[in-house]
Design a protein around this ligand. Structure first.
Ligand code: UDP
Length: 308
């Protein structure tokens, strides 16, 4: 197939691109490199990969037939989207609109990668796809949360009004090699800190929870959803929930580097608990994560040692 990956130069996008190329597809990456990097694709030396430097908030017309579109384009870490709030809102709104237009033109199937952030600071735990969320529309995270909520709404509108073949996944915290080490997210931040022998910065008292999914598990789930007929949102993430304090201890244990932990103020609207209910992914597409946190962290730390 000929597959477009919008945001294919980013962390998850580059792993997805690699897997699709491995499966023998032709991949067209569209990226404006606002947070993605050419370096993430450099190792993929093949004539089946085409890279277009383009901001999808502007229209784009591809001549050759497209069969699938994975839309991952967006800044995704709290630091990145707060630095680029308007770009973030535009890519969720105008960018998603343009990708839906491309899907219509080519009769292609399109998958939107949405996020657990559509649930905001959740009052339901674990989060099921039926939960509508608890989102501050004017808070520091709103540029990302509302952008993705709008993106889901326009995808569903194109599905129901124009009969576009759509899929929606909601990605929970994902980690692995090629995360930007300075993107501010907890995994690259803690790993960089231990590798540099610095104190680990715990925001708040560290009792807030997250559930971390290794990137190869996520990519398998994404392709699974794309190639299944189910059209409603599906959570993809690892349900193994852990506090940020416990997570810091894991990083210290796996890296074998002893550093101290320091507490810093908790950012506004930081979700207190997050854990996906993945019943749908399990029952509908037969997916569940297989990589343990320890194994995933070992691989990520090995990679970070070469790149810190
Ligand atoms: N966090 C932390 N120290 C850091 C970076 C993040 O304690 O140096 C916490 C953050 O407050 C949040 C969790 O780790 O509770 C995950 O943050 P991240 O930025 O990775 O993404 P989020 O899941 O909040 O979107």
């Amino acid at each position: 197939m000929r597959i477009v990956v919008a945001g294919g130069a980013g962390f998850i996008g580059s792993h997805l691109t690699e897997e699709l190329l491995k499966q023998g597809h032709k991949v067209v990456v569209i990226d404006n490199f606002i947070t993605g990097s050419r370096k993430n694709l450099e190792h993929l030396k093949t004539d089946n990969l085409f890279v277009i430097d383009h901001d999808i908030t502007q229209p784009i017309y591809l001549g050759e037939k497209v069969d699938r579109i994975y839309h991952l384009a967006s800044p995704a870490s709290p630091i990145d989207y707060q630095k680029h709030p308007i770009q973030t809102l535009k890519v969720g709104a105008l960018g998603t609109h343009n990708m839906l237009g491309m899907a219509m033109t080519h009769g292609a199937r399109i998958l939107l990668s949405s996020t657990s952030e559509v649930y905001g600071d959740p009052e339901v735990h674990p989060q099921t796809e039926e939960y509508w969320g608890h989102v501050n529309p004017v808070g520091p995270r709103s540029c990302y949360d509302e952008s993705k909520r709008f993106a889901e709404a326009i995808v569903v509108a194109y599905r129901d009004y124009h009969h576009v073949d759509t899929r929606i996944i909601r990605i929970f915290n994902t980690y692995g090699p090629r995360m930007r080490l300075n993107d501010g997210r907890v995994v690259p931040e803690f790993i960089s800190q231990v590798l540099k022998g610095k104190n680990i910065t715990i925001y708040g008292d560290g009792t807030q929870t997250r559930s971390f999914c290794y990137v190869s598990d996520l990519v398998r789930g994404m392709i699974g959803v794309m190639e299944h007929s189910y059209m409603n949102p599906i959570n993809l993430g690892n349900p193994a929930e852990i506090t940020i304090n416990e997570f810091a201890e894991q990083i210290i244990k796996v890296s074998g580097i002893k550093v101290e932990k320091v507490n810093l103020p908790l950012p506004k609207d930081d979700p207190k608990r997050r854990k996906p209910d993945i019943t749908k992914a399990k029952e509908i597409i037969g997916w569940q994560p297989t990589v343990s946190l320890e194994e995933g962290l070992r691989k990520t730390i090995e990679w970070a040692k070469e790149n810190v």
